[in-house]
Design a protein around this ligand. Structure first.
Ligand code: FE
Length: 333
C-alpha cells in the first residue's frame, strides 16, 4: 500500500510542472505590496515571498552573490534603482508587455529597471498665508519674498537630492548652487524631520510653504493626528521655468542571480499591467504610469500637472554633483 501510494505521488509530481516561488527583496512596506502579491498568486499559482529591508540592499545582494535567493527588488527613487544596476546586480528583461505598459521615460534604456508608479515633489502651501499663484515654479523658492517662510527636510535626503539633480539639469551647476544658497537663505529653520514634519510646521505657524512628495497628503489625511496638518495646506504643483513638475518613480528590477527567472518575469509583467498599477498606486496615493490608467479619485482631486521631461537617468547621473553642491553650500547647517 505504502509503496503504491508513493509511486502514485511520484508520478503526479513528475506530471505537474514544478512551480517555484518568487523571492522579493523590498524597500517598500509589506502592507503596501501584500494585496498585489496575493492577487498574483491567485491568478498564477506562483507564491511570492517578500523580505522587507530597511537598508543595505546592495550590500546584501553583493554578499550573497550567485547564491542569492532574491529574484526581484522593489524600491523607490531612481538613485536606489540605479545603485543596484550600477553595482552589476541586475539583468535585463526583454518583454513586450513591459514595453507596452511602461512609458520609455520610466524604464531603463537597457531594460535593467522598470518604473511602476510615480510621485511628484511638490509645494505644500498654507491655506491661510499663501495666496493662489504666489508660488508656481521651483525657481520661485529662491525669491527673497520667501525669506523665513520655507521648511524643508535635509538637503541630502534622496528626494531632495533628486530635485537638486533636476535643478542642475535645467540651470547648470552654477545655477543650481545659487538656487540652493538662496533657498537656504529663505528657510525658517534648519532642515530637519521628514516631509510630513514640514507640513506640521506649517500647521503650527513656523513656516508658510514646504517641499514634499504628493502621497504624504493621502497618508496625513488618513491619520487622526496628522489630518489637521493636511487640512492646513493645499498642494501646489510647481514647474521648472523651462520644464515641468519634478517626479520620481517606484520600480523593480530582476536580480542577476535570480533563481526563478521565468516566474519572476511573470510577476513583473503582472505588476506592470494597468490594473495592477492602479491598485499599487492607489494603495500609496501615487500615480500609475501605463497608458490609459487613472489615479485614485482622492489623488486626482489634487489637480493635474505636466511631468518634467528630464530623463530619470540624467537625474541619477547628476546625483554626485547634487550632493557635493548641497554640502558646499552647507544646506543643512
Ligand atoms: Fe516617502
Amino acid at each position: 500500500m505504502i509503496a503504491r501510494s508513493f509511486l502514485i505521488a511520484a508520478a503526479l509530481a513528475a506530471a505537474l510542472p514544478a512551480t517555484a516561488d518568487v523571492n522579493v527583496y523590498s524597500y517598500r512596506q509589506p502592507d503596501l505590496i501584500k494585496p498585489l502579491m496575493d492577487a498574483f498568486t491567485e491568478e498564477s499559482g506562483i507564491k511570492v515571498n517578500v523580505a522587507f529591508l530597511n537598508k543595505g540592499l546592495v550590500e546584501r545582494l553583493q554578499a550573497e552573490g550567485s547564491r542569492s535567493p532574491a529574484d526581484l527588488i522593489f524600491t523607490v527613487d531612481i538613485s536606489r534603482l540605479s545603485a543596484v544596476v550600477n553595482a552589476g546586480l541586475t539583468q535585463p528583461v526583454e518583454s513586450t508587455a513591459l514595453e507596452a505598459n511602461i512609458p520609455a521615460q520610466y524604464r531603463d534604456p537597457g531594460n535593467q529597471w522598470f518604473g511602476l508608479t510615480t510621485r511628484a515633489r511638490i509645494v505644500y502651501a498654507s491655506k491661510d498665508r499663501v495666496a493662489d499663484g504666489e508660488v508656481t515654479t521651483y525657481e520661485d523658492l529662491a525669491d527673497p519674498k520667501w525669506n523665513g517662510r520655507i521648511c524643508v527636510r535635509s538637503g541630502t535626503n534622496a528626494y531632495n537630492v533628486a530635485l537638486t539633480s533636476a535643478v542642475i539639469h535645467h540651470h547648470g551647476e552654477e545655477g543650481a548652487k545659487s538656487w540652493l544658497e538662496r533657498v537656504k537663505a529663505n528657510l525658517a529653520r534648519k532642515p530637519q524631520g521628514n516631509d510630513r514634519a514640514q507640513v506640521k510646521a506649517i500647521w503650527a505657524g513656523e513656516c508658510d510653504i514646504s517641499l514634499g512628495n504628493t502621497y504624504y497628503m493621502g497618508a496625513m489625511l488618513g491619520n487622526e493626528e496628522q489630518k489637521p496638518w493636511a487640512d492646513s495646506v493645499r498642494i501646489v504643483f510647481p514647474k521648472f521655468e523651462n520644464g515641468g513638475t519634478h517626479v520620481n518613480v517606484s520600480g523593480m528590477a530582476l536580480t542577476k542571480a535570480a533563481p526563478n527567472k521565468e516566474e519572476a518575469i511573470k510577476l513583473m509583467e503582472f505588476l506592470a499591467s494597468p490594473k495592477a498599477q492602479e491598485i499599487y498606486a492607489a494603495d500609496n496615493f501615487e500615480y500609475p504610469i501605463a497608458p490609459g490608467t487613472n489615479s485614485d479619485p482622492l489623488v486626482a482631486g489634487w489637480g493635474s500637472f505636466e511631468a518634467d521631461d528630464v530623463n530619470l537617468m540624467t537625474l541619477a547621473g547628476n546625483r554626485p554633483t547634487a550632493l557635493r553642491l548641497t554640502e558646499e553650500v552647507d544646506f543643512d547647517g
